[in-house]
Design a protein around this ligand. Sequence first.
Ligand SMILES: Nc1nc2c(c(=O)[nH]1)N=C([C@H](O)[C@H](O)COP(=O)(O)OP(=O)(O)OP(=O)(O)O)CN2
Ligand code: ZN
Length: 125
Amino acid sequence: MFELVVNGAFEAAHRLVDYPGKCNRLHGHSWTVEMSVIGNKLDKIGMVADFKTLKAMLMEVLDDMDHQYLNELEAFKEINPTAENLAQYIYNTLKQNEIFNGTVKLNYIKVWESPKSAVIYREDV
Ligand SMILES: Nc1nc2c(c(=O)[nH]1)N=C([C@H](O)[C@H](O)COP(=O)(O)OP(=O)(O)OP(=O)(O)O)CN2
Ligand SMILES: [Zn+2]
């Protein structure tokens, strides 16, 4: 089994509704997002998937959130843009990509809200 990991980043503003503290107020983060995919088949040039393809897929999702006020996006109108909800949203959006219809599987999405705090989302098996 091989596990491939690529990273992307975006900057945005958010606030956490009903949060009992300063994160209730509008503020920003530089989020780092890690995507892990797994597979056990190599193609004829020895790759599970091209890092370049994986990074482009990840950045397509992150670019839609870059320099946005996340609470105003459709995905976060009813739920808080916490690291947990961001990770699940990014995972579910990426999962729709046809690359995951074959032997390559999306393993997890890890969202770093700061260098000290991160959330991993993966599906139950
Ligand atoms: N489980 C989660 N906890 C918190 C989240 C979250 O998404 N999931 N988010 C926040 C806020 O977004 C907040 O901006 C971050 O808070 P905090 O980690 O306290 O950030 P600081 O920069 O103030 O961290 P220090 O380590 O205290 O410097 C809060 N919690
Ligand atoms: Zn925050």
